[in-house]
Structure formats: structure tokens, C-alpha cells
Ligand binder design. Sequence first.
Ligand code: NAP
Length: 311
Amino acid sequence: MIGKPPERVGFIGLGIMGRPMARNLLKAGYPLTVWNRSRPGIDALVQAGAQEADSPRAVAEQSDAVITILGDSTDTEQVALGERGIIEGAHQGLVHIDMSTISPAVTRAIAERYAETGVEMLDAPVSGGEQGAIDGTLSIMAGGKEDVFERCRPLLEAMGKTLVYCGPHGSGQVVKLCNQVVVGLNNLAMSEALVLAAKAGVDPATMVEAVRAGAGSSWALHNLAPRILSGDFTPGFKVWQQQKDLRLVLELADQGHTPLPGTALVHQLFAALEADGLGEAGTQALVKALEKLANADVGAHGSAPSANAAH
Ligand SMILES: NC(=O)c1ccc[n+]([C@@H]2O[C@H](COP(=O)([O-])OP(=O)(O)OC[C@H]3O[C@@H](n4cnc5c(N)ncnc54)[C@H](OP(=O)(O)O)[C@@H]3O)[C@@H](O)[C@H]2O)c1
């Protein structure tokens, strides 16, 4: 017996990810109440058919489930527990689903505070980027009580294609941070291969075409390499955003005395990019740090293979 799925939905954090996710909930037929810190996010969703509320508290009062997708840990803490926060709108059956990428320890602390008022919480961070949010194909990794996750499944299915229950509170965030380890190291592996091919006199585009069809294949080779080879460093995901996530990874690793030498190196190379004023660039700019070390120019060779649409 898992209880009734939420019917009235609240949405807070109408940024790059939040807007298309909220639109997908409207498309799925959920009545939606929204709040955002600034006006443009609200206007976009009200135009699409959502109701506006004047605070996170008001959103909570009018909803069975409130979804947040904000920036970092302190932002979720503030919206959940701060003045006119979600907790002030607590009522029987309310679930807060936080889809931001934040610290697992902060998630657990918020869930504990909610438990005193009867509010349930799920951490449900996502992977798949803006395109995955638009297409409703996000990978969603959830932590919290399993029956609450099952109760919210229909809601999550309106935004994502792969839903994985990971364990108790904070487990979804831990899995998301594992995802960022893999993403960062695949980016580094791709960047090193591009620089090696260029320095050794092989067209990097030819290398990419061959390697991505075999055991060395990765999302980075399919999606980021073609952009690098066509000189496109505009962001899907920005360097500073990746650094925020890698800081969370290294903090978690430090707490458990877990050495992550590869991830630490990626974090340092991104720091070099930030020092060069590239914090707003897409994460494919990692190759620029290696080009500098090797005195190489990957883009000077040949033509770019095609990219997949999603990033
Ligand atoms: N972008 C991606 O590809 C991607 C992929 C996977 C996961 N994520 C994660 O998803 C989360 C959101 O990312 P995003 O790219 O959508 O970021 P974004 O475009 O910067 O949007 C952040 C949203 O949170 C709101 N916000 C931030 N701090 C707040 C605070 N203290 N109080 C109230 N509202 C606050 C912002 O309000 P304003 O509109 O007023 O600024 C905005 O609506 C992050 O945790 C990120 O790591 C992003």
C-alpha cells in the first residue's frame, strides 16, 4: 500500500532546468503552482498555464508535492527551511522533492527537520542536461523512503525516462556525485586523446570517429568532441557548475577518507580554466587546459564528425 500519488504540484526554481521540467508537468496534466526568485521564470510558466504563488510557503500550502531545482545546498536550505519557506506551509501528506545537485549531508539534515513536522522528502537529482529536461528523458536518482518514491513515481515519470531508487535520504545525491566523477573523467580521457592525436600527427576527427565506435566510446566522445573540433565552446553545462559539483564530490570523499586522485586532477584543471576567465565556458573547454600544457591545437586539424543532438 503506497498511498495516493500527489495531484496538486508546486514548482520552485524556474531556471535552465526547471522551466522545461515544469512545462512537462503541465503537459502531463498536473495543475501547477509556481514560485521563482525573479520574474522571468514566473512569467514563462504562468504563460504556459501555471498559477503563481507569492512564496515557497504559499506553494507548499497549495500543493501535495513541491519540486525544487535550485543552485547549491544553501539555496535548497533557504527555500525549504528559511523565512516563508516550504516548512511553514507544512500539512498532512506534503512531499518535498529536491532535484537540485546538493550535499548529501545537507539533504539528510533537511529531511530530519521535516520529519518533526510530518513533511516527507526525496532527494532526486537529475542527469541529462537541458536537452534531457526539454525532452522529458532525464535520468533521476532518488533517495528517501521507498514508499514515498513509489507514490511520486507518476510525477517523476513526467520529467524523466530512467528512475532509479538509490536508498535512504542522501543516496540520490551520492549517486549523482558518482555520475559527476564519471562525467569529469570521461571528459579528461577524451581531451587527452584529442591532444595526443593532434601532437602525433593524426587528424583528431578521424581518431574520434574510430574510437567512439569501440570500447573507448563515451558520451563525451559523441557529444563534446565534435563541438571541440568545430570550435564550439558554448555551454551545455558550464565550467563553474561542474566545479560546484566536483567540490561536493571531493567533500564527500574527504569525509569518508576516500582518495579520488583522478577527480582531484580534473578539479585542478578546471581551476586553471577558471583562472583563465573560462568559468562560463562549456565543460568541453577542459581540452584547452591540456592544449596549453602540450602546446597543441586540436582544432587546427581536419573536419569535425557530427554530434548527437543531446548534451
Ligand atoms: N544545467 C544543467 O545541465 C544541469 C544538469 C543536471 C543538474 N543540474 C543541477 O540543477 C540545478 C539547477 O541548475 P540550472 O542549470 O537550472 O541553474 P539555473 O539556470 O541557474 O537556475 C537556478 C534556479 O534556482 C533559483 N535560485 C537559485 N538560488 C536561489 C535561492 N537562494 N532562492 C531562491 N531561488 C534560487 C534561480 O532563481 P532566479 O531565476 O531568480 O535566478 C533559478 O530559478 C543545479 O543544482 C545544477 O547543478 C543542472
